[in-house]
Structure formats: C-alpha cells, structure tokens
Unconditional design. Structure first.
Lengths: 100, 154
C-alpha cells in the first residue's frame, strides 16, 4: 500500500505531511492486549531539481502522520521538488511539487 | 495524475526505492543514500544513540536551539524545531532522552538554511536534544519538555 503524502514548497521552505501509523512496536492494542507491530517510515529523501537536499532516517518515535518542514537555500519559483519515502515493510510513497 | 507520478508508482512496484529514483532521474546512479542506522535506532540509552551516530564528543553550543513547547499536553505529537546559524550543516539528529529508543530522526542535509521542524512522541517529561554536525564537528543543545499525557501508548 503506497504511503500517501503531500508536499508544498515556497519561500525557501519545503513542507511534507505523510499519512502513516508510525507504530513503534511498543504499544499494546487496547482490545487484544497484544503489541501492535512496529510499522514506521524508515527513509525519506527530498530533492530539488534532482539534487538531494535531505536524506532522512526515522524510527518509531516520529509522530503518527509524520510532518517535516525545513528551509533550503537557493530554491526558486518553478524548482521541481521530489519527495520519496519507504517504511519498514517496504511500502513506498512519493510526491512532487513545483516551488512557488 | 501526471505521467511522472504514474511512472514512479508503477516502477515502485517492480524496483526498489533507489532504482525507482534513478529510473525517473531523481538520483544519479551511484549516488548512495545513507543506510538506516540500526544501532542508533535500537539504542535504549541516549549515550549509545549518540555513539552510533559518531556524536559522542558533541559540544554544547549556543549556536543550536531546540524550540519545543514548555509543556506538551499530548505526548503523542510534540512539535520540535531545530534552529542553527552554523554554516555547512551536514546533518541534524533529534533525540528524546527518555524515550525507550532515544534516537528519533537523523537528517543528512545539503544547502540547509537554518531551520528544520518535525513532530515526535514523548512518554514523559524529558530533554529533547538536537545534535548538529557542521564543518565536520558536532554541536548539541537540548530543551526540557514537560509531558502531561504520555504519547507512547501502553
């Protein structure tokens, strides 16, 4: 199942919001009492016009529906922003945007 | 859906993430992404997590600021911003010192412009620590966040 995400870029900043349960494997399901297996995004990359500007690794300590924003130098209107993510089950997601 | 997204999603079914990124020209072949830091993310003590990212000797620095709420009402979603004026930032790591696994995130960066924000889980009042690697050296700062309702479940 693909990881859904949205990306916005402009004014020197890139903002990303993903949909993901981000389970750290330590939480017990309230009904069954069983541990919910770890299920979290492990890698995220962000590129501007093909150049990687962020190469990130996450663990299960990132909040559900991961949010990431950061400022990058030299981004201009029209620059192509590409985000890729992969979780610990091998599911992937990607999104693109043009910087405003 | 534009044709590039359709191509990426189709290729993602058959090729790995890196293969897909190369296929659509997002990565140059041979440009390696950092491997997931198993030792760092499974460390249960902050010192071990820092060692796993090579940052044991990080110097406390006023050039790094951790911005986070004084009191987080919902420990499941604690917003953290790392701000620094240091030049040549190579990476930022974020730790929750009392998390079961303190290492939360590692970001390797290029053309970084001083501010990065994310959201993390905290189970109890603790320091949130940022470790910034710039110009080959590690700098660190922390902020205590009080947690009223823990966010790690259990």
């Amino acid at each position: 199942m693909a990881i859904a995400m949205r990306v916005r870029a402009g004014s020197g900043e890139i903002k990303i919001l993903m949909t993901h349960p981000s389970e750290n494997g330590l939480r017990k399901d309230a009904k069954t009492g069983q541990l919910v297996p770890a299920h979290f995004v492990k890698n995220v990359t962000v590129a501007v016009n093909g150049k990687t500007v962020l190469d990130g690794q996450w663990g299960g300590g990132v909040s559900k529906d991961p949010y990431l924003s950061f400022k990058v130098k030299g981004m201009k209107a029209g620059d192509k922003i590409a985000v890729n993510a992969e979780d610990n089950k091998g599911d992937k997601g990607s999104a693109e945007a043009s910087a405003s | 859906m534009n044709s590039i997204r359709r191509h990426v999603l189709k290729a993602a079914g058959s090729a790995g993430l890196i293969g897909t990124a190369i296929a659509v020209g997002l990565l140059k072949p041979g440009q390696a992404l950092a491997a997931w830091n198993e030792a760092g993310f499974s460390a249960t003590k902050p010192a071990d997590a820092l060692a796993a990212i090579g940052a044991s000797g990080a110097a406390t620095s006023n050039d790094v600021q951790v911005k986070a709420p004084d009191i987080a009402e919902n420990g499941a979603v604690v917003p953290v911003e790392v701000v620094t004026k240091l030049a040549n930032v190579e990476s930022i790591a974020i730790l929750g010192e009392k998390n079961a696994n303190p290492l939360i995130a590692i970001y390797n960066l290029t053309d970084f412009d001083g501010s990065l924000s994310t959201r993390m889980k905290m189970g109890q009042t603790a320091n949130v620590r940022a470790v910034v690697k710039a110009g080959g050296k590690f700098y660190t700062a922390a902020k205590e966040v009080k947690v009223t309702v823990g966010g790690c479940g259990g």
